[in-house]
Design a protein around this ligand. Structure first.
Ligand code: SER
Length: 596
């Protein structure tokens, strides 16, 4: 076998199909433009769906490319030897041009002549046939006459030998799959490429796309017969070079070496270290491509943004286990930009955005991760030994207060042999959304109308901001009004001029500094006189009873208040002032949010 690296394989593949009159086309965006049923481009054929369905492609009827792909079904499996969330797919297509004969013969030629894979190491599968489509004797015959022994040709059902559609509907058809035999003994007399014992590794899939799956789940013949093939780049170089894991190939070599350098630990030395390095190497590569895509997205709480957030946060958790420096993940992302910029120039174009978004999300989660893990250990520690289940409420608190994606909580639980009450989590999530909506309509009247966690945290942030305004803008500033919803705080105060952008930045820095310091929020009960003597701020004197509560946040703030508040400033996420405006004569109004 030829020990090609990723650069050589891309080139060899495209050149081979160029020599068979294919036009080389560029990779499409990772964010599908015409298919709302999936979040990411999952295969080379995906952006070609309109052309496979009959539209004319400007480059002709024979195409070849390298397509960036993301598959997110197995995020939590990443860390083992084989799973990746991002991969490159080499592909060649016939849009109503050639069909089975050329497709199979060229695959055979490329594998045995260009990659020099010995024919006895190859095995193939073909479609066994059912009501939708007949048994594929034609493909079996072509393989056999090319040189594949009959006992290396396996007939498999739809479950194994049918591909597509990429989303819910669209082009699909029977396929013939190509495997490398690792040489291991068969796991049973029935052992075939259909089983997962590891003997057979799939590297290439040729789909004979003749059908369209409809909304009703039926298969209609397509106007034209197409060929769609896909070869996994990482897997193929892994096999060619005799590696036992894709993480040992050249695509990950730079990232793994950098992780070893930054952590002082060695890949392969210990199961946990190896897993953590694979998770980071994979997730940061995927995140770099998602943010740096021509239609790139940023971390968020829904759809692609949420997947991205999950990937980054899972990487942050594993970075902590390797005791990596704070900016290690950003360093890895930069390394990937350098590594891939020749093939995917959009990464270089979007380098600042990649670095910026990744840094922000990294910082945000690093702040709450430590506290969240403590909270997790505490809650799990309280579980009676016979209860091996985390409550939905506890899981929601980890999400809402510490930014733990539910999948991360489930993974942490699984590591301890406990499960999560997912139904309870969803219920807590819905209840919270309803409370937030209700809270948004209510006003803050000295007490808190909405006692949700989010509101408490914004309330705490209001104290810090109030203190910051007095320290940095004007010592005479006093609260004139406050209104808090689950989404934002609104704070009115006396000042006879606008707050300047520099002052806004300084107040934000002050609050974020307090959050970073992660001080405990102490509550003490005392008489009004003692509270005043202690220097606590208070404005609504007439409202107070004999005994008041004084909330102290280190040196940052001391204020009389009814609460409730967060327990530590570190729970607050990132503080941001989103608006500063006049409220009435001599009164300014600020709106601010906490980002997670
Ligand atoms: N669409 C097929 C696959 O993803 C072949 O490209 O495997």
């Amino acid at each position: 076998m030829k020990k090609l690296n990723s650069i050589d394989l891309r080139e060899a593949y495209l050149n081979f199909f160029k020599s068979k009159n294919h036009a080389v086309i560029g990779s499409a965006s990772l964010i599908p433009e015409n298919d709302p049923t999936v979040l990411f481009t999952t295969a080379g054929m995906h952006p070609l769906v309109p052309y496979l369905s009959g539209e004319k492609h400007p480059a002709g009827t024979r195409l070849t490319d390298v397509q960036k792909c993301v598959r997110t079904g197995d995020i939590d499996e990443v860390g083992d030897a084989s799973h990746c969330t991002f991969f490159e797919m080499l592909g060649n297509w016939s849009l109503g041009d050639y069909f089975k004969k050329e497709s199979i013969s060229w695959s055979y030629e490329f594998l045995t002549k260009v990659l020099e894979i010995p024919v006895e190491k190859l095995a193939v599968s073909v479609f066994a046939g059912d009501d939708d489509c007949p048994r594929d004797e034609e493909s079996a015959e072509i393989w056999h006459s090319a040189g594949i022994a009959k006992d290396r040709i396996f007939y498999l059902p739809k479950k194994n030998n049918w591909w597509g559609p990429a989303g819910e509907t669209g082009p699909c058809g029977p396929d013939t799959e190509i495997f490398i035999d690792s040489g291991a003994a068969p796991c049973s007399p029935e052992c075939s490429p259909a089983c997962n014992c590891g003997k057979y590794l799939e590297i290439w899939n040729n789909v004979f796309m003749q059908f369209r799956k409809t909304e009703q789940g039926t298969f209609e013949p397509l106007k034209q017969k197409n060929v769609d093939t896909g070869m996994g780049l990482e897997r193929t170089i892994c096999v060619l070079n005799g590696h036992s894991s894709v993480y040992e190939t050249d695509v990950f070599a730079g990232a793994i070496a950098k992780l070893e350098e930054l952590s002082g630990k060695t890949y392969g030395s210990d199961e946990q270290v190896t897993k953590a390095m694979r998770v980071i190497a994979d997730h940061i590569r995927t995140s770099t491509f998602i943010i740096g895509d021509e239609n790139g997205v940023v971390p968020g709480n829904v759809s692609q943004g949420y997947i991205l957030r999950r990937l980054i946060r899972r990487a942050v958790r594993f970075a902590r286990s390797l005791e990596l420096p704070a900016d290690a993940l950003v360093e890895i992302a930069k390394l990937y930009v350098d590594q891939y910029q020749n093939v995917y120039p959009e990464l270089l174009k979007n380098k600042d955005k990649i670095v910026d978004e990744l840094s922000k999300e990294n910082e945000r989660f690093r702040k709450t991760l430590e506290q969240g893990l403590k909270e997790f250990d505490k809650v799990v520690g309280y579980l009676p030994p016979e209860v091996k289940r985390l409550s939905g409420k506890a899981a929601f608190r980890l999400y809402d207060t510490f930014g733990f994606p539910i999948e991360m909580t489930a993974e942490l639980c699984a590591e301890k042999g406990i499960s999560v009450d997912m139904k309870g989590y969803e219920k807590a999530f819905e209840d919270h959304q309803n409370t937030s909506r209700a809270g948004a309509e209510q006003t803050f009247k000295g007490g808190l109308a909405d006692h949700a966690e989010a509101t408490s945290r914004l309330h705490t942030a209001t104290h810090l901001m109030n203190a910051g305004l007095r320290k940095l803008v004007n010592p005479d500033i006093r609260q004139r009004g406050s209104n808090i919803t689950a989404e934002r705080l609104r704070f009115d105060f006396n000042l006879d001029r606008p707050v300047t952008p520099e002052e806004i930045k300084a107040v934000e820095d002050y609050v974020n500094g307090a959050i970073k310091a992660d001080v405990e929020i102490k509550c003490e009960e005392m008489s009004v006189a003692d509270a005043k003597a202690s220097g606590a701020m208070g404005v609504f004197d007439s409202k107070y009873g004999e005994v008041v509560k004084v909330y102290t946040m280190g040196e940052y703030s001391k204020e009389i208040c009814g609460g409730p508040h967060a327990k530590r400033t570190g729970e607050l996420g990132h503080f941001k002032i989103v608006k500063e405006q006049s409220s009435s004569q001599g009164v300014r109004r600020i709106k601010a949010i906490l980002e997670y």
